[in-house]
Design a protein around this ligand. Sequence first.
Ligand code: KG4
Ligand code: ZN
Length: 377
Amino acid sequence: MLRGCAYNLAVSDSLLTAAADAANAGGPRILGIETSCDDTAAAVVDGAGRVVASVVSRQLTAHRPFGGVVPEIASREHLRNWPAVSAETLEQAGLELAAIDAVAATRGPGLIGSLLVGLSIGRALAYARGLPFHAVHHLEGHLYSPFLRLGGEPAEAPPRRFHGLVVSGGHTALYEVADGAVRTIAETRDDALGEVFDKIGKRLGLPYPQGPKVDELAEAGSAGSVRLAVARCSDGSLDFSYSGLKSQTLLAIERLERQGVDCDLGAGAGAPAAVRDLLADFRAAAVGQIVDRLDRLRRSGRAPALLAVSGGAAANRLLRRALAAWAGEHGVDLRLVPLAFSGDNAAMIAHAALLRERRGESDDPLRVEAAGRLPLA
Ligand code: KG4
Ligand code: ZN
């Protein structure tokens, strides 16, 4: 058990069976490392894309007093957490470090200090042991994560062409993927989907990370009390924009406060019905924007055959229901990332590296650099 940090195990009980299978599986066993933000994560994925171990050590207690991630604290916590996270990962996998065939680490984008910790560890491990190395784009990890399976099952082979929707705390984007090449169709012009959930939650005094709690409160509310528009860009682009919805929602919170509704949810008292209802409207407008963009894409004759949805905010309950309904109605094949792999994790990094390895790609551990900003497409 890890000490000094909150700890969660991202995969199910069948890890041990999967780990035993891994010992016999062909193909490389890849150690993945992910430290782009505040989660210290390591995982082992085998040559069939089975997740044989996945450990995510969160830094919630360290950042909570500040209401969000403090970059300098995050990098120090990664350094502190790594020994326990890596030991736990190898133990879960039932493997010695010597049994690892390749190493992958997130290169960017993210917090530069955080990235440097995981990437440097990965580079050093690969160089010292003479193993192939993969410097993975964080969003590439998310993009292919809906093809990972739970229960130690092999990953599904991604089709040659598909559309990917990545919704997280830092990104909201729609991509078209063809033979490993990624083209951006739309991205947010301001806030990301998860970020706007966090900001609204923070205004209500909720502790970081606020997104899941706002989703939970919205689930308990009824939409329809406040009119919040689904934003569109005036130039007709499919880009997303959440700053208008954020301002409208913040104003609606102020209105409730003027009416005497207690909107400080930090004190631990239950949320008043009016706040839950407002959050239900906020969530409906936020999710409505995603469905609006997908529908406009479909109506323009560019309907996705398969849509793979990933990222921390892909855990949003309304988003999952709305996309399932939309995909069902329009005959779109939908892959929603398993909840265990929606937030940042290293299984997605090792898996993206496996796909790179199959395409014959790799990186020189002596040359690759971390990049806080790094375009995907
Ligand atoms: O992918 P992720 O772990 O980190 C980034 O790459 O950003 O995503 C974290 C984000 C946070 O903003 C968090 O509040 C949001 O995902 N999130 C949610 C939900 N669960 C996590 N947002 C809305 N509804 C949720 N259920
Ligand atoms: Zn992420």
